[in-house]
Design a protein around this ligand. Structure first.
Ligand SMILES: [Zn+2]
Length: 290
């Protein structure tokens, strides 16, 4: 169901040729290990990567037992992520079968039948092409324990979209981007305000900035002086590429902050950007008069 084949219309020979060229290119690419990668894509031709999803009872040592079973089959772990509730542990394991003489089905069977593990669920997904891996068992992604469905959008893509609107419509485009961000922020802020009812406006505002940090928007600091909120944003997504137009400004972030402040503090505010990384400052700095 989740498989979209991308070589059906080609002959096997053409595909093999393409794979060989990819393998050669990959061999020449310097390898960098990134601990920040989420489990979504791995392009490592030849490496036999298989995704497992395992649910086990919430008891000490169950994950260790699952990994031990995999180790006994000569499987090494390429990536692992998981969490537990009081009822069960849920783990995604990217298993490397390159050195294993067992099949994924044999390992799945061993996991399902193990008396110590007492697995509640064992699923696996083997991509059609060895070493060209995409995550398939976790759709749709969520945060807040399944309450908010999310999707991952690259900075490159989002910036491209913002850039298109601003270049096509000029200052009118700025207004559109600002309003879009404002409305989006207000919607999420209303959700957080309800979810964390009782927290002060300032604490909600800080919480929201911390969540933006968690999902990769930038690193935020906030301080207040004489009724003015000063928000500094380092490595902000919006200023991570040089500006395509002479007007300075992270207008999406300005609109977003305005939407947050307006919702949490219940007043209409103006947000100004007084420093911007895109024009050479070390960070972007925004100011809001409360
Ligand atoms: Zn900026």
């Amino acid at each position: 169901m989740y498989k979209c084949s991308y070589y059906e219309d080609r002959s096997i020979e053409l595909y093999q040729k393409w794979l060989l060229a990819l393998t050669e290119r990959e061999a020449l690419t310097p390898k960098k290990v990134s601990y920040q990668d989420i489990l979504a894509v791995r392009i490592e031709p030849g490496r036999h990567l298989v995704e497992f999803y395992i649910e086990v009872p919430y008891r000490p040592g169950r994950l260790a037992r699952a990994l031990q079973i995999m180790a006994e089959h000569g499987v090494t772990i390429a990536n692992i992520c998981g969490q537990s509730t009081r009822e069960k542990g849920m783990d995604f394991i990217l298993a490397d079968f390159s050195e294993s003489t067992s099949t994924p089905e044999e390992v799945a069977k061993a996991l399902r039948e193990d008396q110590l593990l007492q697995a509640l669920k064992v699923e696996y997904f083997e991509p059609e092409h060895r070493g060209i891996f995409y995550e398939a068992l976790g759709f749709p992604l969520t945060i807040d324990n399944g309450k908010i469905p999310i999707m991952v959008v690259s900075r490159m893509m989002l910036l491209g979209m913002l850039r298109t609107v601003r270049e096509t419509f000029g200052t009118g485009g700025d207004v559109i981007v600002y309003k879009q961000a404002f409305e989006g922020a207000a919607r999420i802020a209303r959700y957080f305000r309800e979810r964390l009812a009782g927290l002060s406006s300032k604490d909600l505002f800080r919480w929201h900035l911390n969540v933006l940090f968690s999902v990769g928007w930038g690193i935020f600091e906030v301080e207040e002086a004489d009724g003015v909120l000063v928000i500094r944003a380092r490595d902000l997504f919006e200023s991570s590429e040089p500006p395509p137009y002479p007007r300075m400004g992270c207008i999406f972030t300005r609109g977003y902050l305005a939407g947050m402040v307006s919702t949490y503090f219940e007043k209409q505010v103006e947000v100004s950007e007084v420093k911007c990384r895109a024009v050479g400052d070390d960070y972007c700095e925004f100011r809001v008069k409360l």
